[in-house]
Design a protein. Structure first.
Ligand code: FE
Ligand code: FE
Ligand code: MG
Length: 165
């Protein structure tokens, strides 16, 4: 922990660490959901979807790393056990028990929309109070917005293919 770095934060640091740990849980679950979805996916345009899912999985794991580093800088401890992910998550985990591409895409769109809300809230909370966290949150939010659009564009392509052959 950097003591000066922590002392300049203009809000309750323990509350912030708790919120970052909840986002950290979301990132691991999002990573696993994408990674597993890429393994089991079946249906039209599977290869394009699998490539997108794997790219997103990589991004979510990178987000988990960014959030963990910031928690540690603030003097906190990132969740140490996977079982804590389920207890702390905002966005939950959608089991990919139906491997059909459109179902997977819908599940992941839901996850991205939740992530956008979580990081928008964190951005509002930290914009003035903690510009260092704000900068990290903004990077992640930008990725989540891109993820949502990627998935909605894929869903649209699959829909067009089905309508127009
Ligand atoms: Fe993420
Ligand atoms: Fe994402
Ligand atoms: Mg993408």
């Amino acid at each position: 922990m950097g003591t000066r770095g922590r002392s300049i934060v203009g809000m309750d640091v323990d509350v912030l660490i708790e919120k970052l740990n909840k986002a950290f849980a979301d990132e691991w679950l999002a990573y696993y959901q994408y990674w597993m979805g890429a393994k089991v996916a079946k249906g039209p345009m599977r290869e394009g979807l699998v490539a997108e899912l794997l790219q997103h999985a990589t991004d979510e794991l990178r987000h988990a790393g960014l959030v963990a580093d910031r928690i540690i800088q603030l003097g906190g401890t990132p969740l140490l056990e996977p079982k804590n992910w389920y207890e702390m998550t905002n966005c939950g985990y959608e089991v990919p028990d139906d491997p059909y591409v459109e179902v997977l895409i819908d599940q992941n769109i839901k996850g991205e929309q939740c992530a956008i809300d979580v990081y928008q809230e964190l951005a509002n909370l930290t914009r003035e109070a903690d510009p260092v966290t704000y900068e990290i949150v903004l990077q992640i939010l930008t990725d989540e917005v891109e993820h949502e659009e990627d998935l909605q564009a894929l869903a649209e392509d699959i829909q067009l293919m089905k309508e127009r052959g």
